[in-house]
Ligand binder design. Structure first.
Ligand code: CNA
Length: 374
């Protein structure tokens, strides 16, 4: 049987670089190409590719005819902009364009593990804004949940760290938060788990949570550049070859190894890109046979898609019910704020330290493995 590090190694080897594990293309290379010169005929321009109602409706038809029962969704920050969370790269509104207040030398520093090790404050300031609780899932999240409700969702792979997929009710087993989340926290150095509510309280009140084992800074388990991806991410080795429809939404496909996942479905599998711009393999013309894209505002596109599918009313209903439930839970939390902290702050500390130690030895094993192949 393969160890997770084997899958990991293969995945890294397939992607564009050996290290770091989670890496990005520099911003200068990552600007989305809205238009191309004619000297680059293989590249798409927005106008040449601003695809078609027919793309959306023909994929809807496939779904309605029962041809897509193992749908994989690949999502990024663009699915949460309608919830009021800026993405990274949209000029003007994206986080990268608005980082002056965090006092970082370059935008990606805010998610760089070595930078964090030296100065956690910029990330903690941003974390105060991003911590779950301040934002609600939107129609797009509920559309994904509806795919599950209809029994069609194989898995959603999200790069988002806002927890909105979970909050809208997509069950854990259907969700891969590939870049981690705020739901758990641990030491950034020795990985000893730390009660997430306590980490949140500390960060929200401008304190620095520190590890009870090695005294280094604790951070939410959001994956930074230079860190390993969660084990669950490696489910992709099973899921993508099985998929019969891939829907890619709201991502610039600039962060590896995640971005390359879209190339791992079978060549006859329809891929549908829903985004403001053409990205990744959809930038090239001609598009791969069975590739479709719908460019424009995602919230509007998803509504049209839901209308083609005849799901609009059900999604609205699902949203109403879930939001009522979430409000009730929120009220309970306001009334009994200690409940969660008490649970996580129990006598589990010993066990957590043990887990932390195991995680160090696992990491060391993994590092040796990577070294051998360098
Ligand atoms: P990105 O690089 O910022 O790309 C977002 C993409 O979505 C871009 O192509 C946009 O054009 C597109 N987009 C944004 N809004 C809309 C809209 N309303 N309609 C259509 N398209 C839209 O972000 P990625 O997700 O590709 O990059 C991955 C990073 C972003 C991950 O590591 C995340 O942790 C990180 N991130 C997450 C969040 C979040 O959790 N909500 C927010 C900001 C950044």
């Amino acid at each position: 049987m393969k160890h997770v590090s084997d899958f990991f190694h293969e995945s890294v080897m397939e992607s564009k670089s050996l290290l770091p594990v989670f890496y990005y293309l520099p911003q200068s290379c990552s600007k989305e190409k809205k238009s191309r010169t004619s000297s680059d005929p293989l590249r798409a321009t927005s106008s040449s590719l601003s695809s078609s109602q027919s793309g959306l409706s023909s994929v809807a038809l496939l779904v309605k005819r029962g041809r897509c029962k193992k749908v994989v969704v690949v999502a990024g920050a663009g699915i949460s902009t309608a919830s009021g969370i800026p993405d990274f790269r949209t000029p003007g509104t994206g986080l990268y364009a608005n980082l002056e207040k965090y006092n970082v030398p370059y935008p990606e520093a805010i998610f760089n593990i070595d930078y964090f090790s030296n100065d956690p404050q910029p990330f903690f300031s941003l974390a105060k804004f991003l911590y779950p609780g301040g934002h609600r899932p939107n129609y797009i999240h509920y559309f994904i949940r509806m795919l599950h409700h209809k029994g069609l969702l194989l898995r959603v792979y999200t790069q988002n760290i806002d927890g909105l997929e979970k909050l809208c009710g997509i069950p854990d087993e259907k969700l891969v938060e590939a870049h981690g989340s705020f739901a758990t926290a641990s030491c950034h150095l020795c990985h000893t788990p730390y009660p997430s509510e306590e980490a949140k309280c500390a960060i929200m009140s401008d304190n620095v949570p520190t590890c009870s084992f090695c005294a280094a800074t604790v951070k939410p388990d959001v994956v930074f550049f230079g860190e390993d991806l969660p084990q669950k991410y490696f489910l992709h080795t099973k899921d993508f070859p099985k998929a019969d429809l891939l829907i890619i939404m709201g991502t610039s496909l600039k962060i590896e190894p995640f971005a390359s996942l879209v190339n791992t479905v079978g060549s006859s599998v329809p891929r549908l890109l829903l985004n403001r711009h053409a990205v990744g393999p959809f930038e090239r013309v001609p598009l791969r046979r069975r590739d479709h894209m719908e460019l424009g505002d995602l919230a509007e596109t998803i509504r049209r898609f839901a209308e083609f599918l005849g799901w609009n009313g059900e999604i609205e209903e699902m949203m109403k019910d879930r939001e009522a439930l979430n409000s009730l839970r929120y009220m309970q939390l306001l009334m009994y704020p200690k409940t969660n902290v008490a649970k996580t702050n129990s006598s589990k500390t010993q066990l957590e330290t043990q887990k932390g130690l195991e995680s160090i030895s696992l990491q060391n094993k993994y590092k040796t493995h990577i070294k051998k192949h360098q």
